[in-house]
Design a protein around this ligand. Structure first.
Ligand SMILES: [Fe+2]
Ligand SMILES: [Fe+2]
Length: 135
């Protein structure tokens, strides 16, 4: 059973971005499944790399729209994106230093991120961008 199921409460109403958010949700579930099968450590390295790649691609997508449409909360939102990237890099370094419990910490971080950033900060730009005619 997945840890998190996609429903409309996650949707920002923009297909391109919803698709990218679903990808993060899938990766979170994938890591959770691996952990339950005691394979967390095996998949961690590639999951962390995919999270870094996700951050680069997804945050650039959102930030491109913010700049294009002069979104007033760009800086504050960008800071949250920076925090995500910093946290994932920190966990990668600690994982590579053989620290234990990193997979669990990553799951906690991601579930909080999905609730606070996607359902909070990302939802905030949704109406603004739609008004600008993004879709
Ligand atoms: Fe997002
Ligand atoms: Fe965002």
């Amino acid at each position: 059973m997945p840890l998190i199921r996609w429903d409309d409460s996650y949707s920002v109403g923009i297909d391109e971005i919803d698709l990218q958010h679903k990808h993060l949700l899938d990766m979170t579930n994938e890591l959770y499944d691996a952990m339950r099968q005691k394979k967390g450590k095996t998949v961690m390295s590639q999951i962390l790399d995919r999270m870094i790649e996700y951050g680069n691609v997804h945050f650039a997508t959102e930030e491109r729209y913010f700049i294009k449409f002069f979104y007033s909360e760009t800086e504050a939102h960008r800071n949250e994106h920076r925090e995500f990237k910093k946290k994932v890099l920190e966990l990668k370094a600690r994982f590579e230093a053989d620290e234990i419990g990193i997979a669990g910490e990553l799951i906690d971080f991601l579930t909080t991120w999905l609730k606070t950033h996607i359902k909070g900060s990302d939802k905030k730009y949704s109406a603004f961008l739609k008004k600008k005619g993004i879709i």
